[in-house]
Design a protein around this ligand. Structure first.
Ligand SMILES: *Cc1c(COP(=O)(O)O)cnc(C)c1O
Length: 427
């Protein structure tokens, strides 16, 4: 069945049989019962499909993962406990000690930390490149041990737009896959596989859930990367796994299934960052309206960005929907139907003005969150980047007067009235 993405949001991943529940059942069970231990043994050997323990697989999670795979146009997907777990698993599934990653420098702070500090402690090195680096700089970042390229479609919080086609071409020229974190765009506004990406990750905590209800993540495989053609680079997928009686994932599960099967069978088994079926149920409720919500988030983001761009107390606005934005051309290519509800801007009055502005907002709440139905905002210099000096803040591209607003689903007029009144309070 080839339905539109809107229909997949509503009905994808689960088709009840006669007399079965209309809504995805929450299978709140850690374990599953079998008549014989031979049957269960086949599951342990990855020789039969089925459920035995919810740390590895659970029917509720599998339905929601199948819906996300359909939305992205992938062949297989899995849920994880968080977006952090999704990005770690996606990278660690193909990188080991001694390996190397090429990553965009414009990525979520948590992911930057994961790659530059925590994965470095595991002996996995990284080279960061600006998303708008030259082809020469991009190619120079690769080395013999490079196993993956990583970037974000719309970066949180810098709001740069990744040139997915160019990064995919560079990755493939070096025989490695491109992994794209598609959290901010969502498959409604960009499907990275259509531009050559091989693996997509999500913090489903953001727009996919969209209601601030459940932390979660997802990994989707395009099924297109030919692991066997680079077997020496990817022994984990192309050589026998001794922890499963010598199964070779790329042979047994093919291009379509090898990456996600290995990630579930090894990493979820050993690290256990599983999403609870209850959270997967909430996530699915969010997905049912994702296509309707994203249009409003983007429209509100655009309206707020336009208002801010014309205000005398605002020094600068970052929003790829604005014609003057450095990433506008990239957005016209990759984000034809709109981008997202997150807008970043800088007040002329610096930190003092930012703090007064935040304090004067009535409708838009101060929160460490984005991509929620309710609008929220944050001053990085006063919160997430609080430990930095003014000089360090400037170097990190986070000046003290910088504010990130996540436009929710309220009326754009009400949001602009709230922002306008708060700007009036800034001297
Ligand atoms: C929030 C976020 C993450 C981390 O996700 P959690 O669900 O909070 O673990 C990763 N990538 C991006 C782009 C994010 O916005």
């Amino acid at each position: 069945m080839n339905h539109s993405i809107d229909t997949a949001c509503v009905q994808g991943g689960y088709t009840p049989a006669n007399g079965e529940p209309r809504q995805i059942p929450i299978v709140q069970s850690t374990t599953f019962k079998y008549d014989t231990s031979e049957e269960m043994g086949r599951l342990f050997d990855l020789e039969a499909e089925g459920y035995f323990y919810s740390r590895l697989q659970n029917p509720t999670n599998d339905c929601v993962a199948a819906k996300i795979a359909a939305l992205e146009g992938g062949t297989a997907a899995m849920l994880t406990a968080s977006g952090q777990a999704a990005n770690f698993f996606a990278l660690f599934n193909i990188c080991s000690c001694g390996d190397h990653i090429v990553a965009s420098s414009s990525i979520y702070g948590g992911t930057f930390n994961l790659i530059s500090v925590t994965m470095a402690r595991m002996g996995i090195r990284a080279t960061f490149v600006r998303p708008d680096c030259t082809d020469e700089e991009l190619n120079a970042a690769f080395c013999d041990d490079t196993k993956a390229v990583f970037g974000e479609t719309i970066a949180n919080p810098a709001l740069t737009v990744l040139d997915i086609e160019r990064f995919a071409a560079a990755a493939h020229a070096h025989g490695v896959p491109l992994i794209v974190d598609n959290t901010f765009a969502t498959p409604i506004h960009c499907r990275p596989f259509e531009w050559g990406a091989d693996i997509v990750t999500h913090s489903t905590t953001k727009y996919m859930d969209g209601h601030g209800a459940a932390i979660g993540g997802a990994i989707v495989d395009s099924g297109r990367f030919d692991w066997m053609a680079h077997a020496e680079k990817y022994p984990g997928l192309c050589k026998p796994d001794e922890s499963y009686h010598g199964v070779v994932y790329a042979e047994r599960f093919g291009r379509e299934g090898a990456f996600i099967t290995k990630c579930t069978a090894q990493l979820m088994r050993d690290f256990g960052s599983v999403q609870s079926p209850q959270s997967a149920f909430y996530l699915n409720l969010g997905l049912e309206s994702l296509h309707v919500r994203m249009a409003r988030h983007a429209a509100n983001g655009m309206a707020v960005a336009e208002f801010l761009a014309g205000h005398e107390k605002v020094a600068r606005v970052s929003y790829c929907g604005l014609p003057g934005d450095p990433y506008h051309a990239m957005a016209q290519k990759y984000l034809k139907n709109g981008s997202c509800g997150v807008v970043v801007f800088e007040l002329k009055g610096g930190r003092a003005a930012a703090e007064r502005f935040l304090g004067a907002l009535r409708l838009i709440a101060i929160e460490t969150h984005v991509a929620d139905a309710r609008s929220c905002c944050l001053c990085p210099a006063a919160t997430t980047h609080r430990q930095m000096t003014e000089e360090q803040l400037a170097a990190a591209g986070v000046p003290a007067g910088l504010i990130r607003i996540s436009c929710g689903l309220e009326s754009a007029d009400d949001l602009i009235r709230d922002i306008s009144a708060a700007l009036d309070a800034v001297c």
